[in-house]
Write a new protein. Sequence first.
Length: 475
Amino acid sequence: MRTLFLQAPSFDGFDGGAGSRYQARREIRSFWYPTWLAQAAALVPDSKLIDAIPHRIGLPEILRQARDYDLAVLHTSTPSFASDVKALEALKAANPRLRAGFVGAKVAVESQRSLAASDAIDFVAGNEFDFTIKELAEGRDWEDIAGLFYRDGDGIVRQNQPRAILEDMDRLPFVTPVYQRDLTIENYFIGYLKHPYVSLYTGRGCKSRCTFCLWPQTVGGHRYRTRSVANVIEEIRWAQRAFPQVQEFFFDDDTFTDDRPRTEAIARELGRLGVTWSCNAKANVPRDTLKIMRDNGLRLLLVGYECGNQQILHNIKKGMRIDVARAFTKHCHELGITIHGTFVLGLPGESRETIEQTIRFATEINPHTIQVSIAAPYPGTALYRQAMENGWLDTDNADLIDASGVQIAPLHYPHLSHSEIYHSVEAFYRRFYFRAPKIAAIVGEMVRDPQVMKRRLRESVEFFQFLRHHRQTAH
């Protein structure tokens, strides 16, 4: 079947790509690659991937192209679902013979409910959907395709057996050829990564049990299943030739450092290739491993600190100790490894005092840049179940974003309101960045590199627009 893979239009600047961790508009515009969609597209010959928002492709143009396809596969998420349903309905209206459905964590955990949202939705795929979609595109009988939930000819919803989790990750083709074929890589940018960058996965799953984290609890699982070192390096070699303009490769595995011997082996091979690279890491990597990574081209680690209060870290099953995180950060500073630190406000156990503790912790360990998010209870996560059981989440806030696509504070506690959590984000950013040492460091970086100056000036404008939006929001 002629197959279209689509990340549909949504809010302007909505960072909801299939590889994205943060499905909302951010305080600074950023776009992750739609890696999950690209992975499935790589399995379907002559398919096409459209990532509408970074490429500024509107729905009218997509509807025009949709007439040429038999099958449409749309990635969706909890925040974008209502908008994505409208896009799918428009596709079906423009091409009545089109079979169309959704993939993604949202429909994997709420399959029946998602299909009930519109009669236009023909199917949804559960969990790891790569080979489910491949078999769908091959024209197999739908009743024989594992992992498929679908509406039959009589309009009755059918549920097939679950698809077994993929063990041999080397069975997956490279995603970078799909990037080259269908995407403009310069349209993807993240404030803390060099531009242009390319991101991809070298494995799926995460050993950590964080109660709020969406992907391990819905799609990837808690075993880190990995591609072989040789397979990863072969794709990087291919991408080096295909994208000579790339300044940095980012490994988007939930926790790339979970398998330290493999991390060190890949690092050494990357060092031989002479590439600059970055990855997600937990704040527990020993100094010896950090040094091997740094000596072989590592530039930056994206680290989920989440909170500066040990009890909250226990509450969310982070499996991290504050003292270990402090030592890890000190080692990174000493070795010259840049850190983009991420923090979450409003997790179970949060109070005015713990928010203050986290802000102080962030300023003390002083990562190069930070991201401050609001706790988001995605369906399928332990945090969601906990929030529903305890009355922390009400239906008015279940979409997790406001009318313009910016994240709200969906959770509230008897001692801490929605608005207190929401406005603490602005306070966090101000106190972290508007310190004399931090301002001096940023100005020095801008003076040394004109490209950094251009990017920081653009981000500053976006950041102040974000702060203004916060003040105008009554939530």
